[in-house]
Design a protein around this ligand. Structure first.
Ligand SMILES: *Cc1c(COP(=O)(O)O)cnc(C)c1O
Length: 472
């Protein structure tokens, strides 16, 4: 198994990025539950034949869609060790929890958080943002909100984020019981950052209306174009208005390791809580999200509950208080910290930061390819490692949607789409440490080829183009 998966990663360039699952393969996953044993080697063969070839391909250098990390081998091996230990990081006194605490200390160090800051591994930033909203709720209404609910507040609580924020921030407001309408969506500027004047105006008018502003969510790396809000000014507004300042740093917070990008995160050090994803830019295998919280007491007060069978002791295996399960939703928890600890130790933050800077250079390289091509049009400023553009032509939305599908089916590259100012864009997000200039060249060549073909014969069946034929 180890040989096969290492060979897969080593030779991944020779494969298509993605290929559709054939019907007969899909049908294999509709079988009934096996009552009898199957030899491990046979099950492994099935994995090799029916699962591995039809993965999304985000380990592939041509994968440029959504926001997917590429993973890394030390992280993968650490995951094997973690599974072998079968560690449960809900609580108790054992070294795996010290590894998670080490990560909390490292993140506190990177973001300049004080002693007493706490942190927790979660599935991803969707969860981390929800925890942030719940802690903000405790701060605004006191611990009693856990008993009485938000309806105990005479005033309606409102929160703020920008129109470019991730949709999970809206969901978090829903899950936390405030309702999505309690999230005031503030417009963005030309550069896709939150409009600070509009934010000020929204807070003032909400106060006038008798609402209670309690939370401000800034974004470090928006999902559409990678814009970073002015976090220092947001921190100032949050302080002045007595709001909890949460930063959704799913994409960008990790760039605190990159000297050329870190200055643009200035102000993140003043956040009350930060959500970040190691499984994106840091290349830790899925899943590895994290929340860092300045006020550890408030963090624990939001989630801790006393059940007799879970009460930490002062000695023995049941020692080691406080336990991670007192800081979040999950009781049983896997050892996500180990693959993150391995990744950061094996590479070091200098190399990880340099890798992030290289992905931004690749984005600028692609930007140059776009602005020097008469067929292509840049649709948003390139501020990080995300490039939004399109092929010019009639019915450009349909044309570009088709180009993206053609790219996926060709196996050459896998960008995704988004809408910028009402126009469909091909969105290239370079989060994979394996992506190189030649992958950008291949993408551009294929976009031009598919664009020309589709523009010439909008209704003709697309010729079957293999990656080889396309690049010939
Ligand atoms: C990916 C992402 C999220 C959600 O994180 P998950 O790890 O997918 O749960 C939140 N915010 C932003 C900006 C993201 O890019």
């Amino acid at each position: 198994m180890l040989d096969d998966i290492l060979n897969y990663i080593e030779a991944i360039r020779e494969r298509p990025v993605w290929q559709p699952i054939p019907d007969d393969v899909r049908a294999r996953f509709r079988a009934s539950i096996p009552r009898e044993a199957t030899e491990l080697a046979l099950v492994h063969n099935e994995f090799m034949d029916n699962i591995l070839p039809f993965a999304a391909g985000n380990a592939h250098p041509g994968f440029m869609g959504w926001v997917h990390g590429g993973g890394n081998v030390p992280g993968m091996l650490a995951e094997m060790l973690a599974a072998g230990l079968n560690a449960n990081l809900g609580g108790r006194d054992h070294a795996p929890i010290e590894v998670e605490r080490q990560l909390v200390l490292w993140m506190s160090e990177l973001f300049g958080f004080p002693p007493g800051a706490t942190g927790l591994f979660v599935t991803g930033s969707s969860s981390a943002n929800l925890l942030g909203v719940l802690i903000a709720r405790t701060r605004a209404l006191g611990v009693d909100v856990r008993k009485k609910g938000i309806s105990s507040s005479a005033q309606r609580l409102v929160a703020y984020t920008s129109a470019a924020a991730h949709r999970c921030v809206t969901q978090a407001m829903d899950f936390a019981g405030f309702g999505t309408e309690s999230l005031h969506i503030v417009p963005t500027t030309e550069s896709h950052q939150i409009d600070l004047d509009a934010l000020d105006a929204a807070i003032a008018s909400d106060r006038q209306a008798g609402f209670l502003p309690f939370l401000l969510v800034g974004t470090a790396g928006t999902v559409d174009v990678g814009a970073i809000d002015d976090l220092a000014l947001l921190a100032g507004i949050a302080r002045r208005e007595n709001l909890w300042f949460h930063v959704d740093g799913a994409i960008g917070a990790a760039a605190i390791m990159a000297p050329q990008i870190a200055p643009r995160l200035a102000g993140i050090q003043q956040a009350d809580s930060i959500a970040l994803d190691f499984h994106k830019w840091v290349q830790v295998p899925y899943d590895a999200g994290f929340i860092l919280v300045r006020d550890g007491t408030l963090h624990r007060d939001t989630f801790s509950s006393a059940a007799a069978y879970l009460r930490p002791q002062t000695r023995g295996l049941a020692g080691g208080a406080p336990w991670p399960c007192q800081f979040g939703i999950d009781l049983s928890r896997g050892f996500r910290a180990l693959k993150t600890w391995f990744t950061i130790k094996v590479y070091g933050t200098d190399a990880l930061g340099a890798m992030m800077e290289r992905t931004c250079e690749l984005a600028r390289y692609l930007e140059i390819g776009i602005i020097t091509s008469k067929e292509l049009e840049l649709l948003a400023p390139v501020s990080l490692n995300i490039v939004c553009f399109r092929y010019r032509g009639d019915e450009a939305d349909r044309l570009n949607a088709r180009i993206v599908v053609d790219l996926h089916e060709s196996g050459v590259a896998a960008p995704s789409t988004t809408t910028i100012g009402g126009r469909l864009a091909i969105r290239v997000a370079i989060f994979n440490h394996r992506t190189e200039p030649r992958d950008i060249d291949a993408l551009l060549k294929a976009v031009l080829k598919f664009g020309a073909a589709a523009a010439d014969e909008p209704n003709a069946a697309r010729a079957r183009l293999t990656p080889d034929a396309l690049l010939a």
